[in-house]
Design a protein around this ligand. Structure first.
Ligand code: ADP
Ligand code: MG
Length: 414
């Protein structure tokens, strides 16, 4: 049996007409000889009736603090509704379909409501139905604890469900159907001539996702990568082949990615920079450690970290800025804030080999009149903190600087 997983995102299942296109994709896969197992997200985006954000608003504000357990029960509903509707649509088209919640599909998680971790996937019930010839539709984004409580997997969780099911079923590949034709060199909402990547490595797409490319969740990539299950990102609304995410060197004999050292530009809005003066505590060798410990104990994740003898720079998500500042004030540090920032990054497996790459980043941003507030680089990324109002200019300038609109899709060896 040639099992594949097909995951359909929120926009793909948002209207009856679109759900018909979803059915077409499933039927096509069956005709091609595959056994599709389907994973769905909640219908539509923010503001639409059955979208997760809308459901959250039903309980948010009802009382001072909504318990995470009950909130998760509400958040699970979007995918349950969507799954039942898609399964019914499949039945209407003559397919023998059955719908399972995350828990029924064997997705076991820890008790970390709102952002639960997968512990195990037991695919036996899915397989029972598959062996009976049924098309199984699974509610994404959710799981169940050993006690039977419902949990959610955090934003982008349906991608994670799809990968985890793909691994558990040892699927031939996992298709992520969405509203764009693949992973692109930049967010097409910002860069109109962004190019679709035919193929990209797990590693590169993981960096793109971590640095803000919302098209696929990084955890989904990590899970698929562990078992080498190929992922394909493609559109529900066209027949374009999409982007193959794979272990390039393994899958494409003698691959060579040095022809495209940079594969994409990404952005993360809603960031604040903190500049923490530690000079008052010169006699204490652990003065910067204290700052990081305070953030860690409060569960505040920090990024773009630079440590100097008398200063520590780092960034936080804007939502936690006030809390971070209050903690540091209490400890007696001098704190300067820079709110309304964003991070733009270039990503690529060959960045570390590209001579003068930092000079080109700085040149592009300077020419576009974008101030650079801080930078950080790693093997596969260079990120710059910039004023949030300049995101579009910065992303476009970097895309242009590295000629990503004409990126080579030929990654095979020469
Ligand atoms: P879904 O609901 O199907 O999961 P998402 O909104 O999560 O869809 O992801 C698709 C969106 O990701 C696209 O509409 C696009 O605007 C955005 N996006 C951001 N960066 C990229 C990128 N590099 N390539 C493709 N899409 C991107
Ligand atoms: Mg998504």
């Amino acid at each position: 049996m040639r099992i594949i997983v097909q995951k359909f995102g929120g926009t793909s299942v948002s209207t009856a007409e679109r759900r018909q296109q979803v059915v077409d994709k499933i039927v096509k896969a069956k005709h091609a000889g595959f056994t599709p197992v389907v994973v769905v997200s909640a219908m539509g985006r923010k503001g639409e009736p059955y979208a997760t954000d809308t459901l959250i608003n039903l309980v948010k504000g009802v009382t001072h603090e909504v318990s995470m357990r009950e909130l998760d029960l509400v958040m699970c509903c979007g995918e349950l509704i969507s799954g039942a509707v898609v399964a019914t649509t499949l039945q209407g088209a003559g397919l023998d379909a059955v719908m399972l919640s995350g828990g029924q599909a064997g997705i076991l998680t820890d008790k970390n409501f709102g952002n639960a971790r997968l512990l195990k996937v037991d695919p036996s019930r899915i397989l029972q139905y598959v062996q009976l010839g049924k098309t199984v539709v699974i509610a994404g984004f959710q799981g169940m604890t050993a006690d039977g409580d419902l949990t959610t997997l955090g934003r982008g969780g349906s991608d994670t469900t799809a990968s985890a099911i793909g691994v558990a079923l040892n699927a031939e590949f996992v298709e992520i159907y969405t509203d764009v034709e693949g992973v692109m060199t930049a967010d097409p909402r910002i860069v109109s001539d962004a190019k679709i990547l035919d193929v990209i490595s797990y590693n590169e797409v993981c960096h793109l996702a971590h640095q803000g490319a919302k098209v696929i969740h990084p955890r989904a990539v990590e899970i698929a990568m562990q078992k080498n299950i190929p992922l394909v990102v493609r559109s529900t609304f066209s027949d374009a082949p999409g982007t193959l995410i794979t272990n390039i060197t393994d899958e494409l004999d003698g691959a060579n990615i040095s022809d495209r050292p940079v594969v994409g530009v990404t952005q993360v809005p809603g960031i604040a920079q903190l500049k923490v003066g530690t000079h008052k505590f010169q006699d204490r060798p652990d003065r910067s450690l204290q700052v990081f410990k305070a953030m860690a104990e409060a569960g505040i994740s920090i990024d773009l970290i630079n440590v100097h003898p008398t200063w520590v720079f780092f960034t936080v998500r804007e939502e936690v800025l006030e809390r971070a500042k209050a903690l540091l004030d209490n400890l007696g540090y001098e704190v300067e804030l820079n709110a309304d920032c964003a991070k733009v990054s270039i990503v690529g497996g060959g960045i570390h080999e590209l001579p003068g790459v930092m000079a080109r980043v700085v040149e592009a941003l300077t020419d576009a009149n974008v101030a650079i507030l801080q930078t950080v680089d790693s093997h596969n990324t260079i990120s710059c903190l910039i004023p949030e109002a300049k995101i579009a200019e910065a992303v476009k300038a970097l895309h242009e600087q590295f000629s990503l609109h004409s990126l080579s899709n030929d990654v095979r060896g020469k």
